[in-house]
Design a protein around this ligand. Structure first.
Ligand code: SAM
Length: 322
């Protein structure tokens, strides 16, 4: 896949309509549905009544799922086997409480992605340290890096517990830079690096506001071949910097474009629980990558139910690929 052609891309000044009007938009592929099915590591067992039953390694979890307005497919006796049930606190977005009908010995438990070990953890949030639908992105970047004919420098923004960073490092990236504003997320990611026995891999763990980081890298003339960003709707940097998806994303995508090396591979954006269509992110990517060649694929990430085969959409994505 990765060609060695050096791209002499003229970095597009922000929002200059003249540039976008004259220059050719990349090839556009919409919609693209990236699907994650059941595996030995994870499975969407059932869903319905605004909840989902999932298998994370050896545990069965029940978590709220607003989209699952339909009827559950399986008998209640299957749901009763759940090891942990998360109940959201309506006053605190994303926070809540885990109940353990059958006692759970540990706060963390072993999980795997394609034999890469990492840790699941019960916290006061509904997330347990991994977004299984990102499997589609991990497979994509693993292939890109393994097939690259040049050393690959990866930037993983809003990297959370580091799965994408570990996947990239294991696949042979020359250097991985992982940025997240949460010290807790960075520590968990470093724990995952140790659990995965990848301590010898060149990963930089940076606890920083993502926008501040990319602006500084741009000033320093740093560049990356593969950039992933998976921002929240709203977030704060370690020093209170505000991340607001609608205000910040256009500038962030342009800055990521400006950080691309002369041998770029891809820029991948994912967006969760946000009231927009993937077309909106698609158009932002077209703005940024007009004149760069390559193609832009945009659509949704979905989980496919193990038995009933129903699809549960989890997030939107758009990716520019050389
Ligand atoms: C949706 S999660 C990312 C999930 C991750 N991509 C994955 O696949 O595991 C969003 C992350 O953004 C981080 N975050 C929030 N605001 C931030 C900011 N201003 N700068 C950097 N990271 C931020 C949060 O700590 C959280 O880990």
């Amino acid at each position: 896949m990765a060609t060695t052609n050096k791209i002499k891309h003229k970095k597009t000044p922000l929002f200059n309509p003249l540039f976008t009007v004259r220059r050719k938009r990349p090839q556009e592929v919409v919609p693209v549905i990236l699907e994650t099915g059941a595996s030995e590591d994870y499975g969407l067992i059932d869903s319905g009544h605004k909840r989902k039953l999932e298998r994370y390694g050896s545990y069965l979890l029940i978590r709220p799922e607003g989209q699952a307005m339909w009827q559950p497919n399986l008998d209640h006796s299957v749901w009763k086997k759940a090891d942990a049930i998360f109940t959201g606190n309506p006053d605190k977005q994303g926070m809540g409480r885990w109940d353990f009908p059958h006692s759970i010995p540990h706060e963390t438990w072993p999980l795997f992605w394609k034999k890469l070990p990492f840790l699941g953890r019960f916290t006061s949030f509904r997330h347990v340290g991994v977004f299984p639908e990102q499997d589609a992105h991990w497979r994509f970047i693993e292939d890109l890096i393994q097939q690259a004919t040049q050393p690959v420098r990866v930037l993983n923004l809003f990297g959370y517990t580091g799965l994408a960073s570990l996947v990239a490092a294991r696949a042979g990236a020359e250097e991985v830079t992982h940025v997240d504003a949460s010290r807790r997320a960075i520590s968990w990611a470093q724990e995952n690096q140790k659990t995965a026995n990848l301590l010898d891999k060149p990963i930089r763990w940076i606890c920083e506001d993502a926008m501040k980081f990319v602006m500084r890298e741009e000033k320093r003339g740093k560049s990356y071949d593969l950039i992933l960003l998976d921002p929240p709707t709203y977030g704060r940097g370690p020093r209170g910097e505000i991340w607001d998806f609608f205000d910040s994303l256009p500038k962030m995508i342009m800055s990521c474009q400006a950080l691309l090396s002369s041998t770029p591979l891809s820029v991948i954006v994912t967006a969760y629980s946000i009231r927009i269509s993937f077309y909106a992110i698609h158009e932002l990517m077209c703005d940024a990558f007009t004149g760069f060649g390559g193609k832009i694929e945009s659509g949704e990430l979905i989980l496919r139910e193990e038995k009933a085969k129903r699809a549960l959409s989890t997030s939107l994505f758009s990716r520019w690929i050389i």
